[in-house]
Design a protein around this ligand. Structure first.
Ligand SMILES: Nc1ncnc2c1ncn2[C@@H]1O[C@H](COP(=O)(O)OP(=O)(O)OP(=O)(O)O)[C@@H](O)[C@H]1O
Ligand SMILES: [Mg+2]
Length: 312
């Protein structure tokens, strides 16, 4: 018998999902607490969507245990669905219906008084700034508007837990900031949010805790700050130069830095003492076109752990 934490909204223990012979999720453990914003970061194919689908009951686990809003999903599927809201990775809005109708029709799945639904729909249209598009056909909305409508739809049943699979992918910066504001507002209302993202900034701004997934496994877990402290040095120097120059620079930097990563056209040197490292490079007389100094962030953690950048 696993000990289910009272405070946890979602508990996964050795959770697995196979499609035929292929194991997409290879036994993951995590707990999401009430009122938290919990993130899943990982490259394409890491198993994020598969994990989300298990949480919202569309994919059936092939191993392990999963409790959502305190209920075992295999036993209490309907009760679970009533209490969660879902923004799927793929848009599944009804293209034949107008914006407002999409929300009204969805609201009818839940046994709510009509008056409550009508009022909530108007509030939600306002919440995602689509009131002036209420009578538009969904197919005429921009990608960002569709994403916002999906978020509104996920809130129709006033869920405790909201699962957002890449809520801002494809949005322009302004629309992304609007979604971030709304998600922060939901968190402030005490909702629990679980989101997947490829954007380090999104995870850093929104998530209290997150996991990094790769190849069906969780490879690290913590708050953004904890992950940075655990996996990378506090500072990074980025040297940009032609490949031959970087190759000459590399051994020099290797000696001095805590860790070195090479990406397209740049050498990244992780260190607690950027000044000393920079001085060493200067005195060696290697001509670097462009040197940038910054504090390390989740992007560096991701690069360090997976050997690739988040948006690869
Ligand atoms: N229905 C399915 N049948 C077979 N394989 C699947 C199915 N759904 C997902 N997979 C495979 O499982 C793996 C994980 O897919 P998943 O969609 O969970 O990844 P992801 O982390 O969400 O990736 P992305 O960042 O691209 O959305 C992939 O290799 C994918 O091809
Ligand atoms: Mg996905």
């Amino acid at each position: 018998m696993p000990a289910w934490s009272e405070e946890a909204t979602v508990v996964a223990r050795n959770l697995k999902k196979s499609y035929g012979d292929f194991e997409a999720v290879k036994g993951v453990d995590f707990e999401v607490y009430r009122g938290e914003c919990f993130g899943f970061l990982g490259p394409n194919g890491a198993g994020k969507t598969t994990t989300m689908k298990m949480i919202y009951g569309v994919a059936i686990p092939t191993g392990g245990e999963l409790k959502v809003v305190g209920l075992d999903i295999t036993e209490r599927e309907r009760d679970v669905k009533r209490r969660i809201g879902v923004v799927p990775q793929e848009n599944n809005l009804d293209d034949d219906l107008e914006v407002r109708e999409n929300l009204l029709v969805y609201g009818r799945y839940f046994d709510l008084p009509k008056k409550v639904i009508l009022q909530r729909v108007e509030e939600l249209l306002d919440f995602v700034q689509l009131t002036d598009k209420a009578e538009s056909e969904v197919e005429h909305l921009s990608g960002g508007m569709k994403r916002r409508l999906l978020i509104a739809r996920a809130l129709v049943n006033d869920p405790d837990l909201i699962i957002l699979d890449e809520p801002t992918t494809g949005l322009d910066p302004q629309a992304r900031h609007l979604v971030w504001d709304r998600l922060r507002e939901l968190a402030a209302q005490g909702k629990t949010l679980i989101l997947t993202t490829h954007y380090m900034e999104e995870a850093a701004r929104l998530c209290n805790r997150l996991v990094i997934m790769e190849g069906g496994r969780i490879i690290s877990e913590g708050s953004p700050q904890e992950l940075i402290e655990r996996h990378v040095s506090p500072q990074v120097l980025e040297f940009r130069a032609p490949t031959e120059t970087l190759e000459r620079l590399s051994p020099l930097v290797q000696d001095e830095a805590d860790a070195v990563e090479q990406t397209d056209g740049a050498l990244l040197a992780y260190t607690a003492d950027a000044d000393t490292l920079l001085e060493k490079v200067r005195s060696a007389g290697v001509a670097v076109e462009n040197t940038a100094y910054r504090q390390t962030d989740l992007e560096d953690v991701f690069l360090r752990l997976t050997g690739r950048s988040l948006n690869d």
